[in-house]
Design a binder for this molecule. Structure first.
Ligand code: ADP
Ligand code: MG
Length: 633
């Protein structure tokens, strides 16, 4: 198999998937558990090994302080952006975080940035694909929500790099879903994509012209999805158990987890059958059972699914369209399997939605289609560019702390624009460029994306230098900014490192840290433990030599011990824990008689004693350095 195969990845809030193009059809690659969906859950087990996916789920209940889910909510965000998430989700952040710093999440004693956590999920998907192809996989297309800003996109790209994947393209999830249905072949039309997942709801309106997609509006609710449906059912069950059985299990984590599992099964069953049976084993040998009809279920969830109506209307309004103007409707997200949800969508957009593909796989399938296009695998779509729009305006801070917009929101990307500026002070040699994102007039009200300096401008009278600032948003939605003083030709440029983003150095060191993180960590600890054990036995041997028992050994015995001691000292300095252990064992055997002779001394215990030490895992990120204020006119 070709080793430069490009896979498509849906890095979801609840579930993640990897897919590839098999002939003319995209297919999802299952994990070794045979399942297509990898839950986006990461945990650290009792040996400090990273566990991902289905097998990590039990840690959410057993050791919540060593596990994390929904990390997508934290990607590319700062402490002040996520206060709401912290109220709603059990994220354990590192204690020593400062505003403006990259977030770090605690798993046991270790901390990881959100891109590192996402990288563990990506690594699992990469491994699944490699097992499937029996070949290395190093290139991927990854999907992101259409509303993801620059920092969130950068963080996703960083996650890919940390996982050892070259991210060839970030594709908007609704665009990917439309591609999976081959809607690009229709050339022109308006597509509405309704995505109700586990914890988020997104609606996007896409315009298709000449086979090119353009996201013309997006809306949604970042706290609405299948989880809310689960919670309603859990509350009903808890009420029943309290009322009918006189038990309060609402604070029993394990019981609630069992109820959650059971109600999700019931919910899923009710998407395809008229009634379902809920059956949960409770503490003290008790058991909760009840029938739920589809009719009752639909009544219960109506308020939840009604909350998707407002965002849909707003998205249509922003796009300047009426429901009748929608040509195609695409359903995305596991929760759109619910018949009542489908009916509501049909009612809203006056179109029968596409349902041929699994709604929780369709985004990954579309990513695989895009990957195939980039690989040049499809002639029909070879020249196809996928257009997106930038959701927020981009600009720089100018004199007086004012925002000067360079690329306006809703511009189609790739996009580029240039503006000219000059200096404010006579003889000014350095110009600070502060890159901003947002619609507000004052720089302080916009999101600060990056700062850099244009240095070494020859001293001139204020107003004479001619500084050209160029913004380019590439096909991934990532911003490149350059500044050039045209008289002197002095130039500075950056690929924007958004605030709360990671520096290249940080990403590099995370790549190194995470390189087969789990295996490496485990191996290192083995080496350290083996060395400690070697030290213990060597010290004990030294004591033995000083003891009267030494004199009772024969000369060949003493020679043999000395030889094995040297061998142990030799391998102790190397990184092969198995070799160290082997040398310890042989030396142990050779010193058994010595130990017996010394039985009444404490040394015999030391000879077989063990010590444990934790491996030290790298250093933390370095602090960013400050820059001067903008002085433009
Ligand atoms: P995300 O995009 O947020 O990662 P998914 O698209 O995988 O999530 O959707 C996950 C949600 O879909 C979960 O809440 C899950 O319970 C729900 N779900 C999956 N299958 C069904 C079904 N047959 N009926 C109802 N809900 C379902
Ligand atoms: Mg999704």
């Amino acid at each position: 198999m070709s080793s430069d195969r490009i896979v498509g990845i849906d890095l979801g809030t609840t579930n993640s998937l990897v897919a590839f193009m098999q002939g003319s059809d995209p297919v999802v690659i299952p994990g070794d558990d045979g399942l297509n969906l990898v839950p986006s859950v990461v945990a650290l087990d009792e040996h400090d090994q990273i566990i991902v996916g289905n097998s990590a789920r039990k840690y959410l209940i057993d050791t919540p302080e060593r596990s994390v889910y929904s990390v997508k909510r934290l990607m590319g965000r700062g402490l002040e952006d996520i206060q709401e998430e912290l109220k709603l989700f059990p994220f354990h952040l590192a204690d020593d975080l400062h505003p403006g710093e990259v977030l770090r999440i605690k798993l046991g004693q270790k901390t990881f940035s959100p891109p590192e956590i996402s990288a563990f999920i990506l690594r699992q998907l990469k491994r699944n694909a490699e097992r499937f192809f029996n070949a290395q996989v190093t290139k991927a297309v990854i999907t992101v929500p259409a509303y993801f800003n620059d920092a969130q996109r950068q963080a996703t790209k960083d996650a890919g790099r940390i996982a050892g994947l070259e991210v060839l393209r970030l594709v908007n999830e609704p665009t990917a879903a439309s591609l999976a249905y081959g809607l690009d072949k229709k050339q022109n039309g308006i597509v509405a994509v309704y995505d109700l997942g586990g914890g988020t709801f997104d609606v996007s309106i896409l315009k298709l012209h000449d086979g090119i997609f353009e996201v013309i509006s997006t809306n949604g609710d970042t706290h609405l999805g299948g989880d809310d449906i689960d919670n309603i059912l859990i509350h009903i069950a808890l009420d029943d158990i309290r009322g009918d059985m006189g038990m309060d299990v609402s604070r029993n984590g394990e019981a609630v987890a069992r109820i959650r599992k059971a109600v999700i099964e019931t919910k899923i069953a009710l998407s395809s059958q008229a009634t379902a049976h809920l059956d949960v084993e409770l503490p003290e040998g008790r058991r909760y059972q009840r029938e739920i009809t589809q009719e009752h279920f639909e009544k219960l969830i109506q308020p939840i699914i009604d909350r998707t109506v407002g965002p849909c209307k707003q998205a249509l309004k922003d796009a300047g369209l009426k429901p009748e103007q929608i040509d195609e409707v695409v359903l995305v997200g596991g929760s759109t399997r619910i018949p009542r949800v489908r009916a509501l969508v049909e009612d809203m957009f006056k179109r029968t939605p596409h349902t041929g593909l699994n709604p929780d796989e369709v985004v990954a399938l579309g990513a695989a289609v895009q990957a195939n296009i980039l690989a040049g695998g499809s002639e029909a779509t070879e020249n196809m560019l996928l257009l997106d729009v930038t959701p927020l305006s981009l600009g720089i801070e100018v004199a007086g702390g004012v925002t000067d917009k360079i690329i306006l929101r809703n511009s189609t990307i790739p996009a580029s624009a240039t503006q000219h500026y000059t200096t404010q002070v006579d003889g000014q040699v350095n110009v600070a460029i502060h890159v901003l994102q947002g619609e507000r007039e004052l720089a302080k009200d916009c999101r600060s994306l990056a700062r850099f300096d244009l240095r070494g401008v020859p001293p001139m009278t204020a107003g004479i230098p001619r500084i050209e600032v160029k913004f380019l948003i590439d096909a991934n939605g990532i911003l490149h900014v350059s500044a050039r003083e045209q008289r002197s030709g002095k130039q500075a440029e950056i690929e924007v490192q958004p605030s709360y983003g990671l520096t290249d150095e940080q990403v590099e060191s995370m790549i190194l840290d995470s390189f087969d993180y789990a295996e490496e960590d485990f191996r290192q600890r083995q080496v350290i433990e083996a060395r400690n054990e070697a030290d213990t036995i060597l010290a004990a041997l030294e004591k033995g030599r000083q003891s009267p028992a030494w004199g009772q050994l024969t000369s060949p015995e003493k020679k043999q011990i000395a030889k094995l001691e040297n061998a142990l000292v030799q391998v102790r300095g190397e990184d092969d824990y198995a070799a160290i252990r082997k040398a310890i064992d042989t030396l142990n055997q050779a010193t058994t008689r010595l130990a017996e002779l010394m039985m009444d001394s404490a040394v015999s215990t030391a000879l077989t004693g063990k010590t444990m030490d934790e491996a030290d895992m790298g250093e933390g990120p370095t602090a960013p350095h400050p820059v001067a204020k903008a002085e433009f006119k």
